[in-house]
Design a binder for this molecule. Structure first.
Ligand SMILES: [Zn+2]
Length: 309
């Protein structure tokens, strides 16, 4: 426990000093959460504050004949660290690299896996969205990640998921499900059928404040739909995995519903978006990390959409 805390503290200090590179190399952790299932937890940093390309969950599932990776991190460097950690576990080929959605913190590690020749798997709309955002995201990567941003190329899916897809890893299958507009327009979730583990991508956040880029009503509907199934464990896009489905989905839904109700009420009362940024979902403020910055952005996304309801 002590060593974990001191490592974490070191990480924070070093990041603020801009010398995290060597430390990150040595402290890249891949934890086992079920038989043949591993998760790397990124740090809870905002993309505008200390972003180092390693802020989300990266998952690895190992079958009898191959490996699947779910999200690759925000830079080729993070992807290389993930690949090195996989190689410490197995020599089996990486058959599938799955991106849960378009956001750069989840996709720009893809570049590290090109030499493995996997299928890159994503939502039907992912390739187009990645290419539409390519210039913006590559510029962002270079600004925020410096040299690490330069070789983090945009690698689009080679196989699109329209509704559902089954991937075979030998002795275990993954079910990949494409969703309608929710966190983004490109959300997929993955279930490891052997352990009944749900990898939810950013449909679910734990610890840090949920983010909505696309459709809040859609996100709530997708979460309610997922909640009709029973999973043995859920890996969110950010934050710790949980075997307590009622809590991890319930927390996300509670925030999303509070945001929806409060923004609707503001619009009804004629309260401006600027003022709503300070008031909406404040009942959730103490429950989440990075609340103010994420919640303001969410209001900025959701308010203009709900005005047209
Ligand atoms: Zn995201």
């Amino acid at each position: 426990m002590l060593s974990k805390i001191s490592l974490l503290c070191l990480g924070l200090v070093c990041t603020s000093m801009g010398v995290s590179a060597e430390l990150a190399q040595t402290s890249f952790e891949l934890s086992t959460i079920a038989e043949g299932v591993y998760v790397h937890h990124g740090q809870h940093l905002d993309i505008d504050d200390g972003y180092q390309g390693d802020i989300c969950n990266l998952s690895v599932i190992i079958g009898n004949t191959g490996v699947a990776v779910i999200d690759t991190g925000g830079s080729k460097r993070t992807g290389m660290q993930l690949l090195a950690a996989i190689r410490r576990l197995t020599a089996l080929p990486v058959r599938y690299v799955i991106n849960t959605h378009v956001h750069p913190d989840h996709t720009y590690g893809n570049a590290a896996f090109v030499g493995e020749h996997p299928e890159f798997i994503g939502h039907d709309k992912l390739a187009k969205q990645m290419l539409t955002r390519q210039a913006q995201y590559e510029k962002l990567n270079q600004r925020l990640l410096g040299a690490d941003g330069t070789d983090s190329l945009t690698i689009v899916p080679t196989q699109a998921v329209q509704t559902q897809l089954t991937l075979d890893l030998g002795g275990r299958t993954l079910t990949v499900q494409a969703h309608p507009m929710a966190h983004t327009q490109t959300d997929i979730s993955v279930v490891d059928d052997k352990t009944n583990t749900l990898f939810a991508g950013d449909l679910i956040f734990a610890e840090r404040t949920p983010v909505i880029e696309s459709d809040l009503n859609g996100l709530i509907a997708v979460l309610e739909h997922l909640n009709q199934q029973q999973f043995s464990q859920i890996v969110p896009g950010h934050g710790k995995e949980s075997r307590d489905q009622a809590s991890i989905i319930g927390n996300a839904l509670r925030y999303d519903r509070a945001l929806l109700a409060d923004v609707r009420m503001s619009i009804k009362k004629g309260i401006s978006m600027e003022n709503t940024m300070e008031t909406a979902a404040q009942s959730e403020r103490e429950r989440w990390l990075l609340f103010d910055i994420a919640n303001r952005r969410n209001v900025n996304t959701v308010y203009p959409q709900l005005e047209w309801e």
